[in-house]
Design a protein around this ligand. Structure first.
Ligand SMILES: [Zn+2]
Ligand SMILES: [Zn+2]
Length: 181
């Protein structure tokens, strides 16, 4: 599994599926599942941003943005330079199969020339947020993690709180506490 750190509110926007393209100054050849970690600190101006549209509507119903934790995952399915997305919008090409909103998407990223957009699919928001130290770039994540609740092989506190005992691993991506649901 791979992991990446994103600033809030963008980390949450990705795991709830509101942000489908991650824009970066660098490209990646990696394709596949990616754990989303939210950075430990949130800047004042980014907090203020959450009270403006389209952030406000997208984040409605989320009481607090988790910081310094693994909050979910998504899969990188492709990357392009930012001009590709600008052209696609102009040409009236749908953002995703189920539509999506280009204006919101562009507001959630930095589409300056020379940057890259990573197309993300299959967003999952974990029920549990496991505290984790952030690292720059895309890194390997060396632990088992349940892709439903986010508990890890060495940190299962959330399952213990819920069921009174630690979970076991049903597969490399599913814990026993989630199997019963
Ligand atoms: Zn689980
Ligand atoms: Zn567990």
């Amino acid at each position: 599994m791979k992991i990446i750190s994103l600033l809030q509110p963008w980390a949450t926007l990705v795991v709830i599926g509101a942000k489908k393209i991650e824009t970066r100054s660098w490209n990646t050849t990696y394709r596949g599942p990616l754990l989303i970690h939210s950075s430990a600190r949130m800047k004042k101006e980014h907090k203020a941003l959450c009270n403006t549209e389209p952030f406000k509507s997208a984040l409605a119903g989320i009481p607090e943005l988790p910081l310094g934790a693994i909050i979910g995952m998504a899969a990188i399915t492709g990357t392009s330079d930012t001009s590709f997305y600008m052209d696609a919008k102009k040409a009236g090409i749908k953002l995703t199969d189920d539509g999506g909103n280009w204006d919101d998407e562009l507001a959630f990223g930095d589409y300056s020339p020379g940057r890259y957009g990573w197309l993300l699919s299959k967003p999952v928001s974990f029920r549990n947020h496991i505290q984790w130290k952030g690292e720059l770039g895309i890194r390997d994540f060396e632990h088992l993690i349940c892709q439903k609740c986010g508990c890890m092989d060495h940190d299962c506190r959330a399952c213990i709180e819920k069921t009174g005992r630690p979970c076991s691993w049903v597969s490399e991506t599913l814990c026993s506490a989630c199997l019963k649901r």
